[in-house]
Design a protein around this ligand. Structure first.
Ligand code: AMP
Length: 125
């Protein structure tokens, strides 16, 4: 199983992304950062579809506060590096936090979608 090397602090029982961070569930991990782990979405909606998640369990973006400043900064930097590595930095990409039922949020561990590699419509469906 390919799991990241760092500790999974603040993990939540029966959370699939805590399991990935802890190496208990397989994932195509591409960045194993200090506060952030990035892995390829299991059901990609575009040629590039990567999820950036905090090592520590945070339910969703509505739970973010000033104490998460370092986490958000690392997410921004990792997102840029993933976009560059996947060759979508110039063509463009979308960064999305889904929050709540109307957004379609399905996993209760904060994740930033990085989607790119094809043109996308706005507004989203
Ligand atoms: P959301 O609808 O914003 O909650 O997005 C959850 C995303 O997680 C979806 O795009 C799923 O395809 C993805 N996903 C769920 N389980 C896994 C997994 N084990 N490994 C990778 N991606 C996953």
């Amino acid at each position: 199983m390919s799991g990241p090397s760092g500790p999974a602090t603040g993990s939540s029982a029966s959370c699939p992304f805590c399991d990935i961070v802890a190496g208990r569930r397989p994932a195509r991990i591409i960045v194993d950062g200090t506060l952030v782990v990035a892995f390829r979405d299991i059901a990609p909606v575009a040629p590039t579809h990567v999820l950036l998640v905090p090592r520590a369990h945070v339910p969703d973006a509505s739970a973010l506060g000033p104490e998460h400043a370092d986490l958000l900064a690392e997410m921004a930097v990792v997102a840029r590096k993933v976009a560059e590595a996947d060759g979508v930095a110039s063509s463009g990409y979308r960064l999305v936090f889904n929050v709540g039922p109307d957004s379609g949020n399905s996993v209760g561990h904060l994740h930033l979608h990085l989607v790119g590699g094809r043109p996308m419509a706005w507004p989203p469906g």
